[in-house]
Design a protein around this ligand. Structure first.
Ligand code: GLV
Length: 347
């Protein structure tokens, strides 16, 4: 008798446990991830606590699917290729509590609309600063010292002999470098550039940056920076004030020996004006990690110009940075959904 009761009791314990498990599955937060190739480290973190739905392709979820997939979700884990606007937020509905992007830039998110609805925004500052500054320097040297062109010549028979003036380009030592946007990445670029024995580092930024002391960078007007720099590097976030600040007027003010580098957003540049400046040798060359649009169409005139080096938006693409960005994105979501302070909330 006792034996039978015990068996019935154990069965009901098992049943209750199952019930509790099913219920907690039901009340778990739901998170939508916009592509299948996000680094595992962050996705695994999310999966421990949330019901995670992932777009099943290693490319951005198409807009029409995105609008359907987000209905009712509590969190969105997205990238800079995913537009988070009013229409998307309406589609997600009132359960959406957090949007976290695996990027430091957030120009793809309608911040105002999110704030109005009390939706928190997570992003990934700091953790990609070194990676992006490293890439900026790599692009600068590749552009000024013409590495892609030189490699092409070496591979295709253009390397006939060592030649004294062939494949020459301006050196960094003794030069003036101008950095537009002196936030975390701009400053990290300045620290690296200084190691190349540059003569002056100038910066243009809306506010004074006390951190500039470290590199001796001098705050100047945008016009003075353009006129005096041998290398002009854009590290400014894309906001209404920086939209197409590199336009015809700006390129006209630059030295015709200047090298222009952009690792921020394509939207800071009037691309037609840049093409013209490069074609007419109004500036010497440009190195772009970002363009409008992205990807840059293969028939873009920029691809035809020898004095333009183009990379496919890989500024933060070190293995370490991408892993930690993914972890931070997941932790931003988990904190927001659990009512805790987010490690990197855009306020
Ligand atoms: C890359 O461009 C980023 O914003 O993280």
């Amino acid at each position: 008798m006792i034996h039978k009761r015990t068996a019935a009791f154990s069965r009901s314990v098992v049943y209750c446990k199952e019930l509790v498990r099913n219920m907690s599955e039901l009340i778990k937060h739901s998170v939508y991830v916009t592509r299948s190739d996000m680094p595992n480290v962050g996705i695994d973190l999310l999966k421990r606590e949330c019901n995670v739905k992932i777009w099943d392709k290693p490319s951005p979820v198409p807009r029409a699917d995105f609008l359907k997939e987000v209905v009712g979700t509590n969190g969105i884990y997205c990238a800079l290729t995913d537009k988070i606007d009013k229409e998307l937020l309406d589609a997600a509905g009132p359960n959406l509590k957090v949007v976290a992007t695996i990027s430091v830039g957030y120009d793809h998110i309608d911040v105002h609309e999110c704030k109005k609805r009390g939706i928190k925004i997570g992003y990934t500052p700091d953790v990609l600063t070194d990676a992006t500054a490293e890439l900026t320097l790599a692009l600068l040297l590749s552009t000024s010292r013409r590495l892609p062109e030189a490699q092409h010549e070496a591979r295709t028979g253009g390397w006939v002999s060592w030649a004294p003036t062939w494949m020459t380009g301006p050196g960094l030592a003794g030069s003036t470098v101008g950095i537009v946007g002196f936030g975390r990445i701009g400053q990290a670029v300045a620290r690296r550039v200084k190691a190349f024995n540059t003569s002056r580092i100038l910066y243009f930024n809306r506010s004074e940056r006390p951190e500039a002391k470290e590199t001796g960078a001098i705050k100047v007007s945008f016009d003075d920076l353009l006129k005096e720099s041998d290398f002009v590097i854009c590290c400014a976030a894309l906001v209404p004030e920086t939209k197409e600040i590199f336009n015809k007027t700006a390129f006209d003010k630059m030295k015709n020996t200047a090298v222009f580098i952009n690792t921020s957003r394509g939207g800071t540049v009037d691309q037609n004006a840049l093409i013209e400046a490069l074609k007419t040798n109004n500036i010497r060359s440009a190195g772009l990690d970002v363009t409008t649009p992205e990807p840059l169409p293969l028939d873009s005139p920029l691809f035809k110009l020898k004095n333009c080096v183009i990379l496919p938006h890989i500024g933060s693409a070190s293995i370490e940075a991408r892993n930690i960005m993914s972890e931070l994105t997941a932790n931003n979501i988990l904190a927001a959904l659990n009512g805790k302070e987010m490690p990197a909330e855009l306020k």
